[in-house]
Write a protein that binds this ligand. Structure first.
Ligand code: GDP
Length: 521
């Protein structure tokens, strides 16, 4: 539709409808696709062998005119839905097959839900009417409940009785498809431009290399065109149709099997023609880089509270694993107890894999990596190696200094009530190398900034061996030599006065903290 809006009305020409066949298992989808193929009024050229390429076109006489219909030759709604998940809308119309003896079954409902969700109009094929016990009227009756009301009952859904086995009712079914296409579906495309479309099936052939069946959605594809399909690119070396016949050019709604791509695209990948080979390759490489990054990010991104909450909302949840480290055992126990009391849905399990006193260590991160856990540091920080490893593995490590803040964060995440969250961001870390006694300012820490920037306005925290010994401290003085400064960057030395807080030792770290609104992925 988007595409149509960009087009000049006068460039648009009618294109054949593209149809998917769906329904309950064993209701005759495959048989019906075979029967339809056999009614084709235009036979393949002599010598052609019928091939499964994922889609085929049939020609049928409708109102005295020969018209084409494209069928996706992969029965079932699963392939349709998988392609849709990639953003590809392949079908214009769905044929819902219901066996007249069985009536509506679970997958009938599932399939029609999928089609209705995608806004695809449905034609009902009431199959197996040749069978004893067939009850086509009951099928019509049953489907009214799902909003599919037969025309004879005053609705606008077309029902056609067929026997795929005997090839009966097929022309009527094709007529119904074309009537549905003509009534309200504006199936037009501009054939006079570079082709665009969707890959619907692809494989690696021993002799021919990558072969992909593509469905042209607009424009015309020619042998010799430079194309990019997903992350595959190349020049169209040859095209074949479902009869194995060579094709020179393919117009909208035509499925063709294409040779010449560098690799095998996936079903649902979009393809387009580019002016030059180079451009096709560049687009493919760009797409590949984007994809690789997304995959890496996914692999690295272990479960976070946000992911967990999302999984909870989507109803696919296992357990939330936690590792708790704290400065004193009383706090760790209190936090553990409080966390286990959070009331959550039965489908959710909160498991505390490990608890302990002391800094967050590498082995905590390793455990979190294996068991997909979130690490909570209560008044403790990770040591340098743990910090690096957590970053590399994408482990969610959260720091709190009050129990209720930890509880609130986890509880609200669990319940999916994510308000804008603020998180502490470490803006700088400095190491204490000397201590000067000053009668006026108290103890002054002579430091070197190890990372980030120490800023005068930030809150400071003193950390000794990974444990927070002073928190929420104001920086009362920040100096370089004799000058007052507002910030000191990495690798520079400075003097820091923390006012009344005098419990500092050589080797301690002073980190500065800023509160920032949390960015969610
Ligand atoms: P699918 O699972 O929906 O693809 O179903 P199939 O096409 O594989 O058909 C399932 C079974 O029903 C097969 O044994 C078919 O021969 C049979 N069948 C399909 N259509 C008809 C029909 O119109 N009449 C009768 N009697 N049997 C049919």
């Amino acid at each position: 539709e988007q595409e149509l809006e960009d087009e000049d009305e006068s460039d648009l020409e009618i294109r054949p409808p593209v149809v998917t066949v769906v329904g309950h298992v064993d209701h005759g989808k495959t048989k019906l696709l075979d029967a339809i193929r056999q009614t084709n009024v235009v036979a393949g050229e002599a010598g052609g062998i019928t091939q499964h390429i994922g889609a085929y076109q049939v020609w049928t006489e409708h109102d005295g005119i020969e018209r084409a219909i494209t069928f996706i030759d992969t029965p079932g709604h699963e392939a349709f839905t998988a392609m849709r998940a990639r953003g590809a809308q392949v079908s214009d119309i769905a044929i819902l097959v219901v066996a007249a003896d069985d009536g509506i079954m679970p997958q009938t409902v599932e399939a029609l839900n999928h089609m209705q969700a995608a806004n695809v109009p449905i034609v009902v094929a009431v199959n197996k009417v040749d069978k004893e016990g067939a009850n086509p009227a009951r099928v019509r009756q049953q489907l009214t409940e799902f909003g599919l009301v037969a025309e004879e009952f005053g609705g606008d859904t077309m029902f056609v009785d067929v026997s795929a086995l005997q090839g009966k009712g097929i022309p009527e079914l094709l007529d119904a498809v074309l009537l549905t296409a003509d009534a309200g579906l504006d199936l037009r495309a501009n054939p006079n431009k570079d082709a665009r479309g969707i890959a619907i099936e692809a494989k690696l052939d021993r002799g021919r290399g990558a072969v992909a069946t593509v469905l042209i959605q607009s424009g015309t594809l020619h042998v010799g065109d430079a194309i990019v399909a997903g992350t595959a690119y190349g020049r169209v070396r040859a095209m074949h149709d479902e009869n194995g016949d060579a094709v020179e050019e393919a117009q909208p709604s035509r499925p063709v099997q294409v040779q010449g791509l560098s690799t095998v695209p996936r079903a649902g990948d979009t393809f387009l023609v580019t002016e030059e080979d180079r451009t096709a390759r560049q687009i493919a490489e760009k797409r590949e880089a984007v994809e690789r990054n997304a995959q890496l990010a996914k692999a690295r991104k272990r479960i976070s509270l946000e992911d967990f909450t999302r999984a909870l909302e989507e109803g696919k949840v296992e357990s939330l694993n936690l590792i708790i480290k704290g400065d004193v055992s009383g706090a760790v126990e209190a936090l553990e107890e409080a966390l286990l009391k959070i009331e959550i849905d039965d489908s959710v399990q909160l498991r505390i894999l490990h608890r302990g006193v002391g800094a967050v260590t590498e082995s905590d991160i390793d455990l979190a990596t294996i068991d997909n856990a979130i690490v909570i540091g209560f008044n403790v920080r990770p040591d340098v190696k743990a910090r690096e490893r957590a970053q590399r593995e994408g482990i969610d490590v959260r720091f709190y200094s009050v129990i209720y803040a930890a509880l609130e964060d986890i509880e609200s995440s669990l319940k999916g009530m994510l308000k804008p969250e603020f998180e502490e961001v470490q803006s700088g870390v400095a190491e204490i190398r000397e201590i000067f006694r000053s009668s006026k300012f108290g103890n002054i820490a002579g430091v070197i900034v190890r990372s980030g920037t120490i800023t005068r306005n930030a809150k400071a925290r003193v950390i000794r061996d990974g444990v927070v010994v002073g928190d929420n401290l104001a920086i009362e003085s920040l100096r370089r030599f004799k000058d007052d400064v507002t910030e000191v960057r990495t690798d520079f030395e400075a003097g820091i006065g923390l006012g009344k807080f005098n419990d500092i030792q050589i080797g301690d770290e002073i980190e500065t903290i800023e509160m920032r609104e949390k960015v969610r992925a």
